[in-house]
Design a protein around this ligand. Structure first.
Ligand code: AMP
Ligand code: GLY
Length: 299
């Protein structure tokens, strides 16, 4: 069987190396792929990961037997929906389920409605309302762009001045484009962070080994958040007892919540957790394999 993998980073290379272990797999096409991936797959650099029409045409014309959509953008744009509509079996959530990552407001409202532990928050769609709220807030505080922002849309502000700057950058200067047209302002939590990637069909769940992501740009965990500076697995803070608590209070309730909202999640669901003094809480969901976590988790 020939496969297609959408994406072109280290994460996609790790996925392709794993897929190649299956003896039924013949050719793997990577759209667009990269120089490293070229050692393990046939790269198609002229098709970008967000060109959904071209991806579907390629899958159909090459009689691909199975597709894996790895990055957040094509998932949010409905790449899985389009491949399924063209009759191509596919790994990944549809666009409605991908909202668990592509809209922080959707994710936070889901957690509130279904009592899944997370930081307290408020949502704002004008900078004036956000700034008025910040006048009464205590610091540090966390400001998040609603939409996708390459992992950079979260700013932690230690004072009103920093928070004002963050709100103006997102909502007025549109540093993250339309992703900043709404913001979530949330309580600052403390504790070690854990990433758990899990396979799910919407009901059953199989978590992979835990990992720890390092997001800050500077040495000593300082500076702005990035898409990821490095990662280790397993995460030394994630004990079996904590894993059980997460399964009961976070993982299974999240799948049930998505089913109850008529958008069951199928694919790899990423739980970004913080082990706070009040127990594990969700910092973020991703609708896909973590980047760079996948590079240490899959091997
Ligand atoms: P996110 O993209 O939502 O995972 O946020 C990026 C990073 O910002 C996280 O990995 C945390 O280190 C930090 N962060 C996000 N939300 C909070 C919070 N409520 N309290 C403390 N740190 C946070
Ligand atoms: N490592 C964080 C992410 O995949 O978004």
């Amino acid at each position: 069987m020939d496969l297609l993998v959408v994406g072109g980073g280290g994460r996609e290379h790790a996925i392709i190396k794993k897929l190649k272990e299956n003896p039924v797999v013949e050719t793997i096409y990577a759209l667009p792929g990269n120089g490293g991936i070229a050692a393990d797959a046939v790269c198609v650099p002229q098709i970008s990961a967000t060109d959904i029409g071209a991806i579907v045409d390629f899958a159909v014309s090459h009689a691909v037997g199975f597709a894996v959509v790895a990055p957040d953008d094509p998932l949010a744009l409905g790449c899985v929906d389009a491949l399924h509509a063209a009759g191509i079996p596919c790994f990944g959530p549809d666009a409605r389920a991908a909202r668990i990552e592509s809209s922080k407001v959707f994710a936070k409202d889901l957690m509130k409605k279904y009592h899944i532990p997370t930081a307290r928050y408020e949502v704002f769609d004008t900078s004036a309302a956000a700034l008025a709220y910040l006048k009464t807030a205590s610091f540090p505080i966390v400001i998040k762009a609603d939409g996708l922002a390459l992992g950079k849309g979260v700013l932690i502000s230690r004072s009103y001045e920093e928070a004002e700057d963050a709100v103006r950058t997102m909502m007025e200067d549109r540093a993250f484009g339309d992703s900043g047209s709404r913001v979530v302002i949330e309580e600052f939590l403390t504790g070690p962070e854990v990433s758990v990637l899990a396979f799910t069909d919407g009901t059953a769940i199989a978590p992979m080994v835990s990992s720890m992501d390092h997001k800050r740009a500077g040495d000593g965990d300082t500076g702005p958040n990035t898409g990821g500076m490095g990662t280790v697995a397993p995460n030394p803070c994630y004990t079996e007892d904590i894993a059980r608590v997460c399964m009961d209070t976070i993982f299974l309730p999240t799948l049930a919540a998505m089913r109850a909202e008529s958008c069951p999640f199928k694919g790899c669901l990423y739980f970004g957790l913080m082990l706070t003094p009040d127990g594990p809480k969700v910092i973020e969901y991703n609708c896909r394999f973590g980047d760079p976590e996948t590079q240490v988790v899959l091997p």
